[in-house]
Design a protein around this ligand. Structure first.
Ligand SMILES: [Zn+2]
Length: 668
């Protein structure tokens, strides 16, 4: 039994931390120093570690540290999350206003105009003021349950503020999860260093982060949220949208302060225009404004179309463009040998940043645009942080421009470049290419891969240039003496590097699979493969068909995995890793839960009461894998009407066959 004192102490600490969380994350007005906060947090954590029965689900310590999940459950929204129609001009905004007036007659109409955040729409469900569930918008009717990841966002209250007088039985709060420009740039810098593919813009980064299977990684991504309304509410009535926003603020949600109540459409247009210039001044991407009828009973009268509400519309800002000169076109060699052309630009101011390079994607794109060195070009950044060349200002050509020649040789190692017929990309196929080795080693050592701290650019450059390593397998054979001999390497950091390398040997299998750098295999796929196979040998032996049988693994990825393990060079490196004692098995056996946990099920024929996707969803919800073809690994086949060849195959292989009723009973 925990004493009353300790219980009260924990409770007090929780309240204090929640109070400061709100000041810091929601109101942006911290009252205590970070160290002081950390001290209080530590105290609570220690208490909870000593007395786990004190942990409450809404404790600030419970936001991070959730276990990785295998996938996300589908959630049906209580009220559909509709999308908005877009407008692009003042004229179209007036047309919207005319439609609203025509429908409502001579009533007085007020609009609330809000910033349109370029993020991911999500829904948060609260039961009696306690957070119950958070999901993505999905297709508007059904989204993914991403509660574990949303929980890491500190500005989402786990319970309503105690000062709130009235709490509804059930309320669905809606908002936009976004990544600040700063967090986005930092994330891309990390990804660039690690040789990973960059996110195109903060929205993609936010969406990608919410879909990560490991909440610990999500917690480090710097996601935030603005809530902008409710979808459903039981046990409370609101009259206007501004009233809703005020209430949400009071409950402890983060509501963006830049919304305006407008009484005329001229006022609306003026406010929209004013933000076109101001939008650079705030630290998150906005791509337009949203107009909403303020009176909720008027909304009711206006109703909805099949796609969108008639009482709201989005106004999108025009994309920002700038004219500048192409000083040069260079090529970069990526981790997999892909050669990417990049335009070096006369620095130009665009969307709040100075732009001096723009991607040209591939050589076909150079041809399509007919861009030449010395050309004046239009560059665009429409929510995209990595700018792109839109078109060439042909009328400005002087004749002095030089056409770009696709290099025949790799700019780094001099090998002949190859263009595969089925790919747009041109690649350097020399596995010994220093540019590729460096990128591959950086990727291998990166945080989400083997996580070898201190293995940065400068060190990898030297190790590869001095031929101390020829591939990432050699990392594990470095001697303290070798490392100490590197330039600018202090004794202490040499020791740190060696111990970081040692430590990485015991990482989990999904990290290793991701670290190998198999083309098309990202973090998520690596996780899926690790949980499915459990051991690297099993993955290594898997036939293409077995791989494509796994939900989420497509034929391109399967082919890439298969080929990777049939390449002699790769196998030599893998052996080096094995011999060095790098862990090759899954440490965390995925949680077995649900009636079909760990089972592979194939559905064939027509089911009477379920569509195919519904049946497959049932399989996944029960913890199983829904596969499309029968093999010896199939646990059972669900046979509907007109089952066809799969039934024959299952019979031949001795796979258990069940009918629809039994299937429903199992997954019930
Ligand atoms: Zn090369």
């Amino acid at each position: 039994m925990v004493s009353k004192d300790i219980k009260e102490k924990a409770e007090k600490l929780r309240d204090t931390l929640k109070h400061h969380d709100r000041l810091y994350y929601v109101l942006d007005k911290p009252e205590i120093a970070d160290q002081e906060y950390d001290r209080l947090y530590r105290q609570l954590k220690d208490l909870e570690d000593a007395h786990p029965e004190l942990i409450t689900p809404d404790s600030p310590t419970q936001r991070v540290g959730g276990e990785p999940v295998k996938g996300f459950k589908a959630v049906r929204h209580i009220a559909p999350m509709m999308s908005l129609d877009n407008t692009y001009s003042a004229e179209e905004i007036r047309q919207f206003d005319n439609r609203v007036r025509k429908n409502l007659g001579p009533e007085r109409i007020e609009y609330v105009v809000e910033l349109k955040f370029d993020g991911v729409s999500i829904s948060l469900l609260y039961e009696k003021g306690q957070w119950a569930l958070g999901s993505t918008r999905g297709d508007g009717l059904e989204g993914d349950d991403v509660s574990v990841n949303l929980k890491t966002i500190r500005s989402i209250p786990l319970e309503f503020s105690r000062e709130v007088k009235k709490v509804p039985k059930l309320i669905e709060v809606r908002g936009e999860v976004y990544m600040t420009k700063k967090a986005f740039e930092a994330l891309n810098r990390r990804k660039e260093k690690a040789g990973e593919e960059l996110f195109a813009n903060p929205r993609n980064a936010a969406a990608g982060s919410l879909k990560l299977l490991d909440p610990k990684i999500v917690a480090g991504r710097g996601l935030d949220i603005y809530v902008w309304g409710i979808g459903h509410c039981e046990g409370m009535d609101f009259k206007t949208h501004t009233e809703v926003l005020d209430y949400l603020k009071e409950c402890g949600f983060k509501v963006n302060p830049h919304y305006k109540l407008c009484r005329t459409i001229d006022e609306v247009i003026e406010y929209c225009n004013s933000w076109e210039d101001k939008r650079e001044k705030i630290d998150c991407e906005i791509d337009g404004m949203v107009l909403k009828v303020n009176d909720l009973s008027q909304r009711e009268k206006l109703g909805v179309t099949s796609k969108s509400p008639r009482w709201s519309i989005a106004y999108k800002f025009p994309a920002e463009k700038a004219l500048t000169e192409v000083r040069d076109i260079i090529v970069q060699v990526g981790r997999t040998g892909t050669i990417t052309p990049v335009a070096i630009l006369e620095p130009v101011h665009l969307s709040g940043t100075t732009v001096s390079r723009a991607t040209l994607h591939n050589f076909d794109e150079i041809e399509r645009l007919d861009v030449r060195i010395g050309d004046k070009v239009y560059v665009e950044k429409s929510g995209e942080i990595i700018p792109k060349v839109l078109s060439v200002a042909m009328e400005k050509r002087t004749g002095a421009e030089r056409a770009f020649r696709v290099p025949a040789k790799c700019p780094v190692c001099g090998s002949k470049l190859v263009k595969l017929p089925e790919e747009v990309a041109v690649r350097c196929e020399n596995v010994g290419c220093p540019a590729q080795i460096k990128e591959a080693v950086l990727h291998f050592a990166s945080r989400n891969a083997m996580d070898i701290e201190n293995m940065g650019d400068a060190i990898v450059d030297q190790l590869v240039d001095k031929a101390m390593i020829k591939d990432y397998g050699d990392i594990y054979y470095l001697k303290p003496g070798d490392v100490k001999a590197l330039e600018r390497m202090a004794e202490k950091s040499a020791g740190n590097l060696i111990s970081a390398i040692e430590k990485s040997k015991s990482g989990d299998l999904n990290r290793l699979i991701y670290a190998l750098g198999i083309r098309h295999v990202g973090e998520r796929a690596a996780w899926v493969l690790a949980s499915h196979f459990g051991k690297i040998e099993k993955l290594q032996e898997a036939a293409v068909e077995e791989l494509t049988d796994i939900h989420e693994i497509g034929p391109v990825m399967a082919g890439s995995i298969y080929n990777f393990f049939r390449n002699k060079e790769n196998m030599k490196i893998l052996k080096k890793l094995k011999d060095a004692g790098v862990n090759m098995s899954a440490l965390q056996v995925p949680k077995k839960s649900g009636a079909l946990a760990g089972k592979t099920i194939v559905i064939t024929g027509t089911l009477k009461s379920l569509t195919r996707p519904e049946a497959e969803e049932l399989v996944r919800r029960s913890g199983g894998n829904a596969s499309s073809s029968v093999s010896k690994n199939t646990d059972f086949l669900v046979a509907g009407g007109d089952p066809g060849s799969k039934l024959e195959k299952a019979k031949a292989l001795g796979v258990k066959i069940i009918g629809e009723e039994e299937f429903k009973k199992i997954t019930g």
